[in-house]
Ligand binder design. Structure first.
Ligand code: AMP
Length: 231
């Protein structure tokens, strides 16, 4: 496969902020395709630990099912290991990390010491904003394919056949923390612990806010503009 110009350029760190259900995962997958850099989703990494039954997975499982945040130290150690992998050398999309001001401060320290082909590159921070009611509907309606990760929504983007992946035919699943009870807790921890990060990055002059309720293609176009204006 031939590489596009975007797939050889140095992008550096990109942070996707926004509530659960704001579209970070969907947009991150599109950026992975465009730039050939990895999506680092701390939620996905933690779910892998849970399904593999690692020590970290055992500590995280119940916290995640309740919709609360996993302790900073555990998540930061996991992210540090992931950033050391070779596929991060031109850049990466952080999806769902940082989620607390302490995680953001830790990340600032890491990024100040890390270079991309000799150059220290500050992060571009994209914040996808979506109203509470819309988030709630997106999360309760969310279904995903356990095989290829494709995301559907029973209200907005249903599969052709109910509960079956259009592409591979696998039975779709609902995440354990997409219950109404856990969603309420997740949106509350977002309001209290993650939302203040927008202000943190605004003060650094790094924040780019995008209306996440637009059609997803429009959100993608604006995300690309935000990333490329900074690089
Ligand atoms: P997500 O897939 O991003 O919605 O994350 C699912 C769950 O994983 C969250 O509700 C938290 O329990 C946990 N989690 C993911 N990222 C973080 C993070 N940066 N800090 C703490 N907990 C996290």
């Amino acid at each position: 496969m031939t590489e596009t110009a975007e797939q050889t350029r140095v992008i550096g760190p990109v942070i996707f902020l926004g509530a659960p259900g704001a579209g970070k995962g969907t947009q991150a997958k599109r950026m992975v395709e465009r730039y050939g850099i990895p999506q680092i989703s701390t939620g996905d990494l933690l779910r892998e630990h849970v399904s593999m039954g690692t020590a970290l997975g055992k500590r995280a499982k119940e916290v995640m099912e309740r919709g609360e945040l996993v302790p900073d130290k555990l998540v930061c150690d996991m992210v540090e290991m992931r950033l050391n992998r070779k596929d991060c050398e031109r850049g990466y999309i952080l999806d769902g990390f940082p989620r607390t001001v302490d995680q953001a401060k830790w990340l600032d320290g890491v990024l100040a010491k890390r270079d991309f082909f000799g150059q220290v590159i500050p992060p571009v921070v994209v914040d996808f904003t979506v109203s509470y009611n819309q988030l709630f509907k997106r999360l309760t309606g969310r279904r995903s394919c356990p095989n290829d990760g494709k995301i559907y929504n029973v209200y907005f983007q249903p599969p052709k056949v109910a509960d079956v992946c259009d592409d591979c035919g696998a039975a779709l699943v609902t995440r354990k923390d997409d219950t109404e009870e856990a969603i309420t807790v997740r949106l509350k921890s977002y309001e209290e612990q993650t939302k203040p990060l927008a202000e943190y990055y605004r003060r650094q002059g790094r924040l780019r806010s995008i209306d996440g309720e637009q059609a997803s293609e429009a959100v993608t176009a604006q995300t690309i503009t935000a990333i490329e204006a900074a690089r």
